[in-house]
Design a protein around this ligand. Sequence first.
Ligand code: NGQ
Ligand code: ZN
Length: 443
Amino acid sequence: MWIHAEAAFLADGWARDVAVRLDGGAIASVTPGAAAEPGATRVQALAPGMPNLHSHAFQRGFSGLTEWRGQSRDSFWTWREMMYRFALQVSPDEMDAVAALAYAEMLEAGFTRVGEFHYLHHDTNGSPYADPAEMSLRIFAAAEATGIALTHLPVFYAHGGFGPAPAGDGQRRFLHGPDSFGRLMESCAARLSRPQDRLGLAPHSLRGATIEEIRELAETWPGRPFHIHVAEQVKEVEDCLAHAGARPVELLLDRAPLGPDWCLIHATHLTPAEIAGIAASGAVAGLCPVTEANLGDGIFPAPEFLAQAGRFGIGTDSNVAISVAGELNMLEYSQRLAHRGRNICTQDGSTGRALFAGALRGGAQALAAPVPQIAAGAPADLVALDDPLALDQADSLLDRWIFGRGIHVRDVWAAGVHVVRDGQHRDRDRIVSAAARVLRALS
Ligand code: NGQ
Ligand code: ZN
């Protein structure tokens, strides 16, 4: 199968008139300066698919439904109560339907892989399902049905807070001890069936797992993507200091084997030493700028981190919005607001290109995937961007997509399958009506 792109974003930049041949799930050849093959799908601009390194798929089910003020001052913590109320209701079938909606929308946005940080493990009353991987299997089913590549990240969650404090009733579906978590991991490893799928793991946070448990997990499952929420809220930093005598990232740097397999989700509140420590470790900062803004988390210290060659990727986290351009836009704009300057997330030249290329690399690293690229032998995960004005300016295309108007995702190939055409997932109607049925019952 042939694609002919007027412009394609190759490893060394934009090339013109590029013929791309797909063979199964991979790219077989890439030829710049070529004439279109007969029957080729013609696109304007072709770019690699973006990894989405952090998703809680079920949270798509209440997107836009927590934007009203209660009696108290609303915060991350009051939002979390509402999130728990929703989490306590979702059945396996409902998980499948909501995750399929989120994943179809991710593909439509230009994400071709998702890191699913999955902690909704047990039945609504908190007892394990007969099959401990029941809910994980629904995530696998949604990924397979939509075509998105999956890095599944079963979450280890054992406590309700620092101390450790006992888990609350609202957390009853999340909880594991080391043995039951080990069985879940084994079961997931045995049942992930597509070649593009990966298995990592994720202690939820320093609130949900102790530093000893985190070390034990890292020792038991070496070499797998290892994700953790960290230093997202000021209260978490203060509580960690009070209980452990160290800040969250400081504690991980001191006591855990941080390295390139690690992905620190949010890592919002950092000292200069913590910024340097993460950058030097090779771990990825898993930034979720839209959710971080939505939840009032704070602003990641991007200029300092990027100046030390820190690695980052992007995630849609709560899935309140699902947009590659939206995450990268918020990442840069939050920096401009904080630092009262412009073009902060680039060392030189196009900000859109620096953000896009950085998030491709860091996202792939965090999800144990090959770096997305338009090159022979790479997975055929491709996004065609449409420019209705057909400005002959590929160099500014990523900037116009992220900061301007008019550029949109028209086609997406995932593992060589043409899953999005004219901006719509091929099963959009079926997926939307299944999710609509579920969400009318849940909300
Ligand atoms: C989550 N989300 O696990 O879904 C969390 C909220 C928590 C974000 N942190 C729960 N954005 O951190 O305790
Ligand atoms: Zn999260």
